[in-house]
Design a protein around this ligand. Structure first.
Ligand code: C5P
Length: 244
């Protein structure tokens, strides 16, 4: 059993605590919500608890399918034990349908189909607004080796297949998502979270977003949408529970 020692990082939607095992940390999921590189801030009541359960479900499914990731086990309502990875400072985005920043960049309407999944790399920097980079920037800046980038891309495409199929079974379209990776004992693993905070999920019938876009664009019923994703995935029905 790993015991919490001290808080080591406070991210946007999470806190990270060290444990007495140097290879493991505890992630505590918060209700705080951020958008537009921290310019918009708010709170989605119950989000921490919901995302903790959604991450448990998705990471466990990926582990079963052989996709290396940081998740070890859920500890309580808002916390999970994860492997302590050295985070790679760029993210991978995978897109199946045009939305968000891609719609702006290429001038296609939201909802336009893409003939194949689009892979993007973005530098992790709120100050620079997470600029788009490519694999030559990654190696030129020594962010990762070319082998690591290739592996991250392959793993991202596998997650796209597995998660896309899982969501399709519950009538949710996987529009796009973002992954973070880390190095752990010589291996590349998926870190951070996979939740409505980091994915675009649209109801298949209505095309209504069931994700953080509801918060970004003041669409209302944000917590309800997160709870709906959790309910369809796991069958759990959660009541509003505020963060202490
Ligand atoms: O904003 P954009 O269209 O580039 O986002 C693509 C995907 O990455 C979306 O699912 C979005 O929620 C996610 N994302 C994220 N964290 C960010 C920016 C985008 O999880 N800082």
């Amino acid at each position: 059993m790993s015991n919490i020692t001290k808080m080591i990082a406070e991210g946007k939607g999470k806190r990270i605590y060290a444990t007495d095992n140097p290879d493991e940390v505890v992630v505590y999921y918060r209700d705080k919500a951020f958008a537009f590189h921290g310019l918009k801030r708010g709170r989605i009541v119950g989000k921490g608890e919901i995302n903790n359960l959604i991450c448990e479900y998705i990471f466990s499914m990926l582990t079963e399918k052989g996709i290396p990731n940081h998740f070890i086990r859920r500890i309580d309502d808002r916390s999970s034990l994860v492997r302590r990875a050295e985070i790679i400072p760029f993210v991978v985005k995978v897109r199946n349908i045009v939305a968000g920043s891609l719609a702006k960049r290429i001038g296609y309407p939201d909802g336009a189909k893409l003939k194949n999944p689009v892979i993007e790399y973005c530098l992790k920097s709120d100050e620079l607004e997470d600029p788009l980079i490519n694999s030559t920037h990654v190696t030129a800046m020594s962010l990762a080796t070319i082998e690591e980038v290739q592996l991250m891309k392959q793993l991202s495409l596998k997650v796209n297949e597995i998660l896309g199929q899982c969501m399709a079974e519950i009538n949710i379209e996987l529009i796009d998502f973002k992954l973070e990776f880390g190095r752990y004992k010589g291996e590349i693993i998926i870190a951070d979270e996979i939740s409505p905070d980091s994915c675009r999920f649209w109801d298949e019938g209505t095309h209504e977003p069931l994700d953080i876009d509801r918060f970004r664009h003041d669409m209302g019923d944000v917590a309800e949408a997160y709870r709906e994703v959790l309910h369809r995935l796991t069958g759990y029905v959660l009541k509003n529970s505020e963060e202490e």
